[in-house]
Design a protein around this ligand. Structure first.
Ligand SMILES: [Ca+2]
Length: 174
């Protein structure tokens, strides 16, 4: 007798491999500031601990793909003051450069970034005084609560740089 082999029914176990679907979310990085910058609202700020003239400050900020800072309102100014107070590089005698200047016309303060007239201001009392008829660049006084003062552009202060979060990727509509 033939050995009745046991019929083994091989049940093909169709194991359904549940492949995890890896969904790649391309998270927009437009909401992030570059390393080293501090984020506030839709902007990024960094104080460069390199004392430079105002003109050189413009170039240094440009080198980090930012602009010498412009300040649009009191809330932004308050944020910046708080940020600077946490910075070890301030608090001594080196002031902070902002992007304002009246070198085109005395008394007509403009932001160098877009040559728009400066609207919000936070001048120290009796400033801007254009002392010596030679103060055409905007800075913040580290020893006077970062109030604004006009300084000689050849002084060497720390550049405060600012950029918009989506700077360079934003498409202009309309
Ligand atoms: Ca002054």
């Amino acid at each position: 007798m033939a050995y009745l082999g046991r019929l083994i029914s091989v049940a093909m176990d169709h194991t359904i491999l549940l492949t995890s679907l890896t969904v790649l979310f391309f998270v927009s990085v437009s909401c992030a500031c570059p390393s080293g910058f501090t984020t506030h609202e839709n902007n990024c700020y960094v104080l460069l601990p390199v004392p430079t003239t105002w003109a050189e400050a413009l170039r240094l900020c440009d080198a980090v793909k930012a602009k010498l800072a412009w300040i649009e309102n009191g809330a932004e100014n308050t944020f910046i003051v708080q940020m600077l107070k946490k910075t070890n590089t301030t608090g001594h005698s080196t002031e902070v450069w902002l992007g304002g200047t009246d070198m085109l016309l005395e008394g007509m303060w403009m932001w160098a970034d877009d040559m728009e007239l400066i609207e919000y201001t936070n001048w120290f009392p009796n400033e801007p005084n254009n002392a010596g008829n030679n103060q055409h660049c905007l800075g913040m006084m580290v020893n006077h609560d970062f109030k604004w003062d006009d300084y000689s552009c050849s002084l060497t202060n720390y550049p405060l740089c600012k950029r918009m979060q989506d700077d360079g990727e934003q498409s202009v509509i309309g």
